[in-house]
Design a protein around this ligand. Structure first.
Ligand SMILES: C[S@@+](CC[C@H](N)C(=O)[O-])C[C@H]1O[C@@H](n2cnc3c(N)ncnc32)[C@H](O)[C@@H]1O
Length: 227
């Protein structure tokens, strides 16, 4: 197992707000009570459904990232909001060098216990700092759980800053035209909102690829850093 990344001043963030605390509490409970298959998946799916959901998305991610792996010079990947590390471990097995962060201490504790290659750290989307830039920054089914628009924008700004020029930022949300809030834990933003937030930062919208899983309307948005 690679050394865990310690929480030090590279991973500090601004003082947590009450909303941050509620988010962490929600996810800590979910990660304490469920395993790596169901905690980060989709409420309502059974275990076989979750297996298919993860396998399909991993396959799609690999087509987006590319199917080459080169042990002496692996792709540097950040999985931001990694949950208990299911996708991060799979990408690590595919030969990539993976850093994986999550704001939930329970998620990171479970992920570290499983090991499997990635370096894990407890950090938020806005708080993670890295001494290196990444070829690929992934943020899978996380931003749609960030309800506060200012925090959503700040998260995108930080993630964008971590992508090397010509690298990719892959986020997931609906490919829609209307902002929709579901219950008190999900807000879908429009594809145009992602473009407006990322284009000024040098990230060009390359393509959107739906998960294609049953009736799930979410998919990957791929942004390429051009400057
Ligand atoms: C639906 S799960 C997805 C987990 C993983 N990406 C996957 O697909 O298996 C959402 C994860 O995002 C994390 N999360 C939510 N808000 C976050 C934030 N602001 N910074 C970092 N992680 C966050 C939660 O703790 C949770 O583990």
């Amino acid at each position: 197992m690679a050394d865990p990344i310690t929480t030090d001043d590279r991973t500090t963030t601004s003082a947590p707000t009450a909303a941050d605390d509620r988010t962490r509490a929600y996810w800590n409970t979910r990660h304490r009570e469920q395993d790596d298959l169901t905690a980060g998946g989709h409420i309502g799916l059974d275990r076989p459904g979750h297996e298919i959901f993860y396998a399909l998305r991993l396959g799609t991610l690999l087509t987006l990232i590319g199917d080459l792996s080169n042990p002496p010079s692996p792709l540097f990947v950040l999985d931001a909001g990694c949950g208990e590390g299911r996708l991060a471990r799979a990408l690590s097995r595919c030969g990539h060098r993976v850093d994986a962060i999550d704001t939930s201490s329970e998620a990171i504790a479970h992920a570290r216990a499983k090991g499997g290659g990635p370096r894990y750290a407890e950090a938020s989307l806005t708080g993670w700092r890295s001494p290196w830039l990444y070829d690929v920054v992934l943020c899978v089914d996380v931003l749609l759980h960030v309800r506060d628009d200012a925090q959503w924008a700040a998260s995108l700004r930080n993630l964008a800053s971590l992508v090397r020029v010509t690298g990719r930022l892959i986020v997931s949300d609906e490919d829609g035209h209307a902002r929709t809030a579901l219950g008190d834990s999900i807000v879908h933003r429009t594809t145009a909102a992602y473009r407006s937030a990322l284009q000024p930062l040098g990230l060009h919208h390359t393509l959107s690829k739906p998960y294609g899983f049953r009736e799930n309307p979410v998919g990957f948005h791929v942004f390429t850093r051009i400057r």
